[in-house]
Design a protein around this ligand. Sequence first.
Ligand code: CU
Length: 656
Amino acid sequence: MAFLVDAQDAADGTHASAPHPLAPLTAAEIEAAASAVKAAKGLGETARFVYVSLYEPSKHEVVAFEAGGDAPKRLVKVVIREREEHATYEGIVSLPDGAIADYKRVAGVQPSVMFEEFMAAEDIVRKDPRWQEAMRKRGIANFDLCMIDPWSTPNVEPGVGPDDGRFVSPLTWVRDDPDDNGYAHPVDGVVTKVDLDTLTVVSVEDYGVVPVPKKKANYSTAKISDPENVPHFPEGPRQDVKPLDIAQHEGPGFHVDGYHLTWQKWDLRIGFTAREGLVLHRISYDKRSIVHRVSLSEMFVPYGDPGPTHYRKLVLDEGEYGIGLLTNSLELGCDCLGEIAYLDGVVNDNDGKAVTLPNAICLHEEDHGIAWKHTDFRTGYVEVRRMRRMVISSIVTVGNYEYAYYWYLYQDGTIEYEVKLTGVISNGAVKPGQQPEHGVVVAPGVYGPHHQHFFNVRLDMAVDGTSNRVYEVTPTADPAGPENPVGNAWRAKEVLIADETMARREADPLAGRFWKITNDNVKNELGQPVGYKLMPQHVIRPFAHPGSAVARRAPFMFSPLWVTAYDRDELFATGDYPNQAAGGAGLPAFAARERNLTDTDVVLWFTFGTNHVARPEDWPVMPVHPIGFKLLPSGFFVGNPSLDNPQPGGDHCHHD
Ligand code: CU
């Protein structure tokens, strides 16, 4: 059973009529802001709206508002590509009056690739005689069956900097028929470049014919029994899967009012932006604040194959496309199971109109195994409790790949973030009998080039308030000697990350290093500063050579953790305009300010990822690969916060 939630965000408490300052923009607000800019600046058809997003009030304005103060001004940030002028503008519009608070040209940048450009690039390549000739050489006659994916154009070689033009570099796959999975048939060796301002094909490079793989790789139930399919299941779908129903006879345990979510002791606000997708704000437990804002700040997927079709595949999926725009509409019983509530995502199109993405965010509860247990083996007395978690999720499709994002809130105060990678691997073709050096063959003639996935999450913390500090904690052996006579001693060595000269932190997974965010002005009953710890998981090393153009593209990946001081305008690990950028914006620039990080408002930027060496089992659609990290209370509470979880139903679960 599902219930839909009214997208109108009701006010809370004392602010009866105003929306909460962090409520996502409504469709009307998006359109009002775009119209106001158009009118004030006399914009015509060539002015394209890249982003229309809430310009969030600063943390202190939100805190003041929640304490009963005035609502901060409702501000909207617009990013515009003026196609005719080959120029980028950004502005701030205040609502409801539509006054233009700021409007300026931003030199030397390329904003994200717009959805209309994504589609237009495909159309104009399809009509290009050079590309058509390359297809004919490969025996492809029906160009309508070609899928031309506009991969971004990284600034890793001359001629593609932000002032050189506005580019994408489409690659081609071809379907057998309109319902076929076209990614089974990569057209290797043909790379095109499109100028998005002029909508012209700049170049078509043909590195020679590699036969287009013929085997089908469909994943629909109707087609998996086809003997031509790789893999194929002659019996069709398995018959021994019995129904598994999640029943919550009294309805869900959470409550949602607009974008305000409460669940047991948790309280938070949900946001959604065109660039980041899902955002969580103001996460608190038992009315104590933990987090001001968390979001995925950037993704980087560098391919490790030097072949001509693949070496430019160095995508910053979020900064170059906007993953909010690519969010799926979720379906009951498919994407989430149980008692579900959905929230819509509202984004802009490139004309400045609003687009509602229905059911973009899924809210539901899950049983998550046991929370804790102890058996007193002498008396036979057993106590066990179940763990419940609140799940807030969304799924995006970036071309061939799917990323499913999950925030989990647990009854013991844990916050977890998980990304499930799935979809179709980006691939290439190999000649029969050839073994690629930088990839793995996954089907006859098809290989998956090695690649890495990096995810950077911005954690704007507020542990019992905004005066926080961060310690790096490294379990370390004591030296051998009279104080350590049998050599067993070790301690949890703490180093204060005092200021931004210490902003970049390395992981030490074998030591189990973690980072602790504390508020030294607030002590628990044991006299310890209250804190949360970031437990890193899935930390990987970049294979891009330091100093290389690839490395400059995403310097954040060279340190799994960065700590910076809070600034409302520092939201993205690669800066505001990573598309075609030369590098240096984002975290290196933020940290270069050398601000204080002690007893102040701190932001952690954590990067995790996976080195994807494809498996044949990843074909044709990849089993989900989950990776992520946790924030655990560490002295935030005294004792196990889930000790008060109720006993599970039925007498059989506990006995004495
Ligand atoms: Cu992958």
